[in-house]
Ligand binder design. Structure first.
Ligand code: 0GY
Length: 304
């Protein structure tokens, strides 16, 4: 499938391959974004990067091409706390997308209820310094207290080195907490070394903590090169993701991260990313939980 390329895009992968792995029926791409289009939904003045436009129509075309049934559209930092592009995608998805917003404490109850109506089910707190300016933790805790009664959860994004400093805040949150990209482990370190062990212990000790086993393309040092001509890209990330999937099979999610903001080294082939899944979830039972049961329980609980 070739996406039609409009002017002004940077080069995200235009011709994703068809995955060899057949996704289970009802699979959810639980981490992806829409960007703009900037002419309709301007990027935030405080953004740290300006992305290529990546529209809802392109996201839905990719969903169908890869074989997903639904999407979770996560508000990206380049749109700040202006959630209109993300919400526009939800309301045009025929009920097949739900979302995660970025909020400021000034948000009104009416706005929260309108977002819920549109399909928002979570709020994202981003602690990655290259992406966002600092927000005081008391403001974040106040927001968490306001979204908890709606049944929403908190998605957190941070660097592995910052976990020890954030643990107390995360464990005080009154909701389910979903960690982006396994807390960004350094995959050149041992999978059973102290840094990743700390993340595993964090999940073990706090049963309300979930993890997205996402973004091998961001974490990998070995990169996308296929091994022996097979579709075995990002092999250095496999032991980390597999460990989390096997230890916490009911608290993991998977997503493409399309359109892969901010990647400098390469743009991944989303078909190759889908073929990463059976290497980290090695049985059909683990695959169904990762791709269907868990995201449905979190985002469409009324259907489970
Ligand atoms: C991701 C990762 C990144 C960017 C964002 O919201 C964002 O801008 O999340 C990143 O640069 O690591 O999950 O999309």
């Amino acid at each position: 499938m070739i996406f039609e390329k409009s002017s002004g895009w940077l080069d995200w992968y235009q011709d994703p391959s068809k995955p060899l792995f057949q996704l289970p029926a009802g699979s959810v791409d639980a981490h992806c974004h829409v960007f703009g289009p900037g002419a309709q939904f301007p990027y935030a003045p405080e953004r740290k990067y300006t992305p290529c436009d990546a529209s809802k129509q392109q996201l839905f075309a990719l969903r169908n091409h890869l074989g997903f049934a639904r999407n979770i559209v996560v508000q990206a930092t380049c749109h700040g706390a202006d959630n209109r592009a993300m919400i526009d995608a939800l309301v045009h998805s025929d009920g097949r997308a739900r979302g995660v917003a970025t909020l400021k404490r000034a948000v009104t109850d009416e706005e929260l209820h309108a977002m819920h109506e549109a399909g928002v089910r979570g709020v994202r707190f981003n602690f990655v310094k290259r992406l966002v300016d600092f927000t005081p933790k008391d403001e974040l805790m106040e927001i968490a207290g306001r979204i908890a009664p709606l049944g929403w959860h908190v998605v957190v994004y941070f660097e592995a080195a910052d976990l020890h400093e954030l643990v107390d805040f995360f464990t005080a949150l009154p909701t389910t907490v979903v960690v982006d990209h396994m807390g960004r482990p350094d995959v050149t370190k041992p999978v059973d070394g102290p840094e990743f062990e700390m993340f595993v212990r964090f999940m073990r000790e706090y049963p309300n903590v979930w993890s997205k086993v996402t973004c091998p393309e961001r974490l990998s040092v070995s990169g996308p090169a296929a091994l022996n001509g097979e579709r075995h890209a990002y092999r250095d990330v496999v032991p980390f993701a597999r460990r989390i999937v096997e230890a916490f099979p009911d608290r993991v999610l998977w997503g493409t991260d399309w359109p892969h903001p901010n990647l400098k080294s390469h743009m991944p082939d989303d078909g190759l990313l889908v073929d990463f899944i059976p290497r980290i979830a090695t049985t059909s039972d683990l695959q169904r939980r990762l791709l269907v049961d868990n995201p449905m329980r979190l985002y469409w609980p009324e259907e489970t």
